[in-house]
Design a protein around this ligand. Structure first.
Ligand code: AGP
Length: 609
């Protein structure tokens, strides 16, 4: 998730674009760049780090241009560095491109263009777009036609902005699976990944839909479909303040990030296709070189690790141990060159996880990181890294990073199963199809059926609770742990997650008519067992809140409240089942009036031991 901004009009595009980028910094902040047309020439300026660094550079130069595009980056392909910052150009620096999304077929396009003599300066997927337009201009002098043809060669998700010294008064844009909005001004127009970028100038906006192109000049905006047919679009009036807009109208980043999960899961699947599908290979780790796996992580990432163990052991029969990184580093673990150590960390900077991985490396282990931040320390230390494409996670309470970690772990298990031949290609295809269903099923829960309202009502019942017990079994036991952690960290209510079968060995003593007991009871091989655990709770007057699948009767009957979630394959059900628990904790904390995004005593990245 990056931020794109563009401007054409009477003011200095340098200032307007920089200003807009600063308001989109929550979308990515590891490097930034701008392209301007000055005296007929295309000028590109890029800088690593926050937008401030770029601004300081630009303010040294007395620049004026009436047209410009800019970008603030959240690296997906190529580490944070000014050479990988956008805009990217063609061989003759006549075309500048900014892009948000993932070009899935960039490797083959790059090879094709290199064979035609194009020179690439970055490690990014995006740069192919500038060279593709350059190549198409050899076939047609019509810039829009060349742009349209270049876009038709792309696979993946993209919001693209292009300016060129060959067309000095126009911005060209394209959208597929990545947000792009046009801001309409008087004698000036804007493009952006999100409305906060131009809200101080105009609240009139056109939201592009997938498979749409547009040509923006200072006095006109033309929109086309991918065949070049003209389209009429509705102009919206944005009712939000800038602060509201940065959260896309959500009250907190946490709620926004919960609703971003269908997108980030889809991005994490597509972002990792290059090594899972076909004869792709995960560089840096030989899938047959180890006979044991150890997963190390902290907090929410540790809970993802517990589910990763299910995926990998069941799809590859490799033994997997899961450790809190802070314990692993002192328990003198049995680890050697026949061990693969997987470090899961959203930030890539968690001190305990870094130290634990360092220890494993010292003992000869191969190391793999699952991380959300390109260029972070762990990605530089690990032998290889699998990225989750959740985009920046602003809220301290991790939500979308967790579900993308589960997605990445499932993709890894499929890959190891394929490479070690414990998974037939039929089975692989079947599991992959099931995984591809998850984003739309989650969309169904969040947006179609608006189940959030039901969760809100239930949270209103319990926000005064002093304790809560979460129960789950088998692959959903870690979801009980995660639900309890979410409630603890943002509402400060004491909560425990427990394997439902373990309850009768102690925690059942806690249950009375005041205790909310949240039970994950979706369909699967342990459903009957969970049902009897709910009966045990009910017998002690516990207040049961159950997560069930549509059409469930037995558990619903025993529950004071039930939240229905779409049914998916049992292995993948944790990715869906955690969402109502995230919302439940969110609404309780919100009802209690806490700063949900910055809870007390917590930091987004714990860089101390
Ligand atoms: C989760 O909501 C918390 N922010 C915390 O437990 C977090 O998961 C933990 O600190 C690990 O962070 P990491 O994934 O960045 O390593």
């Amino acid at each position: 998730m990056c931020g794109i901004v563009g401007y054409v009009g009477k003011d200095n595009a340098k200032n307007v674009v920089l200003d807009g980028l600063k308001r989109l910094e929550y979308r990515g902040y590891d490097s930034a760049g701008i392209a301007l047309i000055i005296n007929g020439e295309l000028k590109v300026y890029k800088k690593e780090g926050k937008i401030r660094n770029l601004e300081i550079e630009l303010n040294k130069l007395n620049l004026f241009s009436s047209i410009g595009i800019g970008h603030t980056r959240w690296a997906t392909h190529g580490k944070p560095a000014s050479k990988n910052a956008h805009p990217h150009s063609d061989c003759f620096q006549k075309i500048a491109v900014v892009h948000n999304g993932i070009i899935e077929n960039y490797v083959e396009l790059r090879k094709e263009l290199q064979s035609k003599g194009h020179k690439f300066l970055s490690e990014t997927d995006t740069e192919v777009i500038a060279h593709l337009i350059e190549e198409e201009l050899k076939e047609t002098p019509n810039f829009f036609e060349a742009f349209k043809r270049a876009v038709s060669r792309l696979k993946g998700s993209y919001a693209i902005g292009v300016i060129s010294s060959l067309q000095q008064d126009k911005i060209f844009v394209a959208r597929k699976d990545s947000p792009l909005v046009i801001g309409l001004g008087e004698g000036e127009n804007f493009i952006a990944s999100d409305v906060p970028a131009f809200l101080p100038y105009t609240n009139k906006a056109i939201f592009l839909d997938d498979f749409e192109l547009a040509v923006i000049e200072k006095d006109s905006v033309e929109i086309f479909d991918f065949n070049g047919e003209k389209k009429e679009k509705e102009v919206h009036t944005i009712p939000w303040s800038i602060a509201q807009a940065e959260k896309a109208g959500y009250k907190h980043f946490m709620l926004k990030e919960i609703f971003e999960q269908p997108r980030s899961i889809a991005d994490t699947i597509s972002g990792n296709m290059s090594w899972l599908k076909g004869d792709g290979k995960l560089e840096g780790v030989n899938p047959k070189s180890f006979d044991r796996i150890q997963i190390i992580a902290c907090g929410t990432s540790y809970h993802a690790g517990l589910i990763g163990k299910f995926y990998i052991e069941n799809l590859t029969r490799i033994q997997v141990e899961v450790d809190y990184a802070s314990e692993y580093r002192y328990r003198n673990p049995i680890v050697n060159e026949k061990t693969l150590v997987i470090a899961i960390t959203q930030s890539g900077e968690t001190a305990d996880t870094l130290a634990a991985m360092k220890l494993a490396k010292e003992k000869g282990a191969k190391t793999l990181a699952i991380c959300n931040v390109i260029g972070s320390t762990i990605t530089r230390e690990a032998d290889t890294t699998i990225y989750t494409y959740a985009g920046p996670e602003i809220s301290v309470a991790s939500t979308k990073a967790f579900t993308t970690q589960l997605t990445a772990l499932f993709v890894l298990a499929l890959y190891l199963g394929k490479e070690r031949k414990t998974l037939s290609s039929e089975k692989l295809e079947a599991y992959f199809k099931l995984l591809m269903e998850v984003p739309s099923k989650m969309e169904e829960f969040l947006n179609t059926e608006k189940k959030e309202e039901i969760v809100k009502k239930i949270a209103l019942e319990f926000y005064k609770a002093s304790d809560a017990l979460y129960l789950g079994r088998y692959v959903n036991y870690p979801i009980a742990l995660e639900g309890a952690l979410k409630l603890k960290e943002i509402s400060y209510i004491h909560a425990e997650g427990y394997p439902a079968g373990e309850m009768k060995h102690g925690p059942i003593a806690l249950i009375d008519e005041t205790m909310p007991v949240i039970v994950v009871a979706t369909k699967g091989k342990v459903y009957e067992k969970v049902l009897s655990n709910v009966e045990e709770v009910k017998a002690r007057k516990g207040r049961v809140v159950s997560i069930v699948n549509k059409g469930d009767k037995a558990v619903k009957q025993l529950s004071e409240f039930s939240i229905e979630v779409p049914e998916v394959n049992e292995f993948l059900s944790p990715i869906i089942n955690v969402v109502p628990l995230q919302l439940f904790a969110y609404y309780i904390a919100d009802f209690l009036g806490y700063d949900v995004d910055q809870p007390r005593n917590l930091a987004k990245s714990v860089t101390v031991e």
